[in-house]
Structure formats: C-alpha cells, structure tokens
Design a protein around this ligand. Sequence first.
Ligand SMILES: Nc1ncnc2c1ncn2[C@@H]1O[C@H](COP(=O)(O)OP(=O)(O)O)[C@@H](O)[C@H]1O
Ligand SMILES: [Mg+2]
Length: 326
Amino acid sequence: MNSTENPAVDFAAVSRIISDLEARFVSHDRFHDLRMQFDRLLYRRRADIEAGYQSDSYGIVVTGNAGSGKSTAFLRLFGHHPDLMQLQERVVEAHVVSLQVPSPATLKSVGMSCLHALGYPLSRDRTAMIVWQLVQHHLQARRVLFIHLDEAQDLFVRRGGNEMQAVINTLKSVMQNSSWPVGVILSGTEELKELVNVDKQLSRRLYPIEFQQISWTSHGRDVRDILKGYSAAAGLQPAGQICEPTFVRRLIHSASHELGLVIKLIIGAIEEALFRGGKDLDWLDFRLAFQRKSGCVDGLNPFVTDNWKAIDPLVLLPTEKLAGPA
Ligand SMILES: Nc1ncnc2c1ncn2[C@@H]1O[C@H](COP(=O)(O)OP(=O)(O)O)[C@@H](O)[C@H]1O
Ligand SMILES: [Mg+2]
C-alpha cells in the first residue's frame, strides 16, 4: 500500500466513481469537425437514395496518435447519433458497421471481419474475392451506408505493392459499387495519412480530419476546464495550484500532448485522491498517478522534476538513459 493511502477507504465506492468518470465524454473541436463532416455525408447520401440516384459514396479519414481519442470519438458519434441505426440483433437495417481491422490484416481477413460484424460469419474457407462479394451483398441487404475501419493503418503496413493495391481497389469498389455504394470511414495513426495518398482516386473520395496533438497555447483553457469538470464530478475540489499554467503545461506534456491521455491522467489522479481519502485534488495526486502508470522514480517524474520537458512520458519503467534527451 502506498504511504498516502487511507486504510478506511471504500474500494467499491471509489471504483464506481472512477467507472462513471471513464464513461464521460468530453466534446472537443475535432469531434465537432468529425460530426459535421459525417452528417454532411450521411444526409447527402440519404437525399440521393430518396431521389433514386446511385452516385458514388464518399468517406472520411481520421488520423491521430494513439491516445488522441479517435476510437472514443467514433463510439460517441455512432452511439449517440439521433438519426442512425447501428447493428442490432433481429433488426435487418443497420446504417453503420464499425470494426477494428484484424491483425494480421489481409484482404481476406478484413473481409471476414466485415462479414462477422455484419452478423454473417463464414464457416467455410473462401477466397478473398468471394468473401468481398458476400460483404458487398450483405452491406446492401442490411442497407448499410457507412463502414468504419479502425486501426486502418494495419491494412497497409508491411504489404507488398500488389496486396496494398488490392486493398485500395477493394475499398474503392465498395464506394463505387453500382447498385449499393457504401461510404468508407478509416481511422488510424499517422501512417494512414501517407497510405491513403498512395492512390489519388481513393484520396479524392476521403475527407481528412486530424486529431492533432494539443498544446498549452491551443487547448490550455480547455484542459483546465476538463480538470475542474472531472474534479467536480468526483466530489473533489481542485487545489488552486493545479489550475495554474505551470501545472497545466506539465499535465499536457505528461500526457504526450494527446487529449485522451490527458483525461486518463486526470482520472488516474482523481483515483489517487479518493484512495487517500482527500477532499482536494492535489499536485501530489498527479505525481502518484504518473508514477503508478510509468513506474518511474521521482527524478523522472514530470510532476516532480524541474527538467520535465526532457522526459519522454511514454517510456515505462524509465531509467536515466531511456527517459529522453537531457
Ligand atoms: N472525448 C473524450 N472524452 C473522454 N475521454 C476520452 C475522450 N477521448 C479519449 N478519451 C479517453 O482516452 C482514452 C484513449 O482514447 P482512444 O479513443 O482510445 O484513443 P485512440 O483511439 O486515438 O488511440 C480512452 O480510453 C478514453 O478513456
Ligand atoms: Mg483507437
């Protein structure tokens, strides 16, 4: 047990608070862009269907580092959309199918995952071509308007030119299908950006949205508001010190400038505060949360050392050598 932990703490009660915090969603500018772009495509496609056109579909590509909040944004977008049916048991119609690209990703394994997501897993071995014909058939049968592939950089990496072109051609054929075109939404890491640019016909069909890193200048005030909002939701008072720029800068750095990781670190600190039985959320709680997450000594903890900018916050169990440039 950590020396700051309170022996009388109610683990179940703290866990419930943390679980509620983890279920919260912070709306942000990139999410707003994503929702706007998605709605444009959704309502445009609906209008085309009503008018009886079968025009090509367009899609979106969302890129950003791990922890920037891509998967969470899509869960929110699809899960809370007022006008979108998701896949449900015993309901044929589904407007969006969302899945994670399987690993290893081949044309065939991705097709199989799509079939699985559509509720038609294959029991027999089939060729990639047949698998994708079935995918296309079920997309139409269920009236799917968009297919979302998360971690889509895995579709392309370590593939030879031919296999990569086969993936690109398949995505294009899903979007251009003459009887039922489906919009393709891809999300993934920075590598995805380069990969979609390999084929101009694909890139011109995709609207890009970047979940860029955040900084004090761009999002300092937002981070402070998130800090206050989460503290209040946990029944804690943020100490004055942690609302100061000097602290918020460290917080953003410690979370690698990724919004999702900032939120995770705030929740981690709140957990420390609750376990210590405190009423305030203090600087100390962030120090402990960072230490618990990275396994670092104080000298390599950005909430302790003055040289915090030199620390690479993503290194686990850092030693002086691994911690980043001095
Ligand atoms: N908008 C948000 N509101 C609340 N928590 C978020 C938000 N975005 C991300 N998170 C938190 O950050 C974590 C990492 O985000 P995630 O969506 O998995 O990032 P990515 O898919 O870009 O790697 C999530 O598990 C979630 O806890
Ligand atoms: Mg993700």
